[in-house]
Design a protein around this ligand. Structure first.
Ligand code: MN
Length: 218
């Protein structure tokens, strides 16, 4: 029978990587916004972690038009601003600038942020659904977390417009606090060489509205 070993010094446990709580992760998000002026969610609710991880892409006509890709991980939405939006063409690499984590409630947000506020402009729910890691593993979130940390995040989207296997690759340039990544479609049955999906899909997946209709508040 094994007894508690006292003679042998225990090997030092690898220091567990501390995961920040969603509240801490959202500090920058909250600091940038005045919730008495913007209709964006404060992110105070802590939604129960579902069996599936959420993803959303919002088209955002801020000072510059861009698409915000958000992937749920450990209680918040990891977020990237993709100036040109996603491409279904595997030969196309799209710059994705990491921005502050957003609350999971942000996945419901469509509307207009007042012009004077942070991110002022119209926001459209351009695509949404769930995502996972491309390989069947017992703990998909652990593999996704590792990919995110290592700057090589492979994931599979199950959205209305975006499906199949993708990768976000962190590239070594820019401000270390604001890492830059590349968003690339893998070759699979959902790839569409030569396609320009952001030019052909111009309405909200939630309400069917155009950017103009959202801006008018209808
Ligand atoms: Mn944005």
């Amino acid at each position: 029978m094994a007894t508690k070993a006292t003679s042998k010094p225990k090997p030092k446990r690898k220091a567990a990587i501390k995961r920040k709580s969603p509240r801490t992760q959202l500090a920058e998000y909250r600091r940038k916004r005045d919730f008495s002026r913007t209709a964006e969610p404060e992110g105070t609710a802590t939604p129960a972690a579902g069996p599936e991880l959420a993803f959303v892409i919002q088209k955002h006509a801020a000072s510059r038009l861009h698409f915000d890709l958000r992937l749920e991980l450990d209680g918040t939405m990891k977020s990237w601003a993709v100036p040109k939006g996603p491409s279904l063409d595997p030969s196309v690499k799209r710059l994705a600038m990491q921005v502050e984590d957003h609350p999971i409630e942000y996945n419901q947000f469509e509307g207009t942020i007042p012009a004077a506020e942070y991110g002022g402009g119209t926001v459209m729910l351009w695509d949404r659904g769930t995502y996972t890691c491309p390989e069947p593993v017992p703990d998909p979130q652990a593999l996704l977390r590792e990919g995110y940390r290592n700057g090589d995040l492979k994931f599979e989207l199950r959205g209305r417009r975006l499906r199949g296997s993708w990768v976000l690759v962190r590239i070594k340039r820019g401000d270390p606090a604001k890492p830059q990544w590349l968003l690339i479609k893998h070759r699979d049955k959902f790839a569409r060489p030569g396609a320009d999906i952001v030019a052909t899909e111009l309405t909200s997946v939630a309400t069917g509205r155009t950017m103009q209709a959202i801006a008018r508040g209808r």
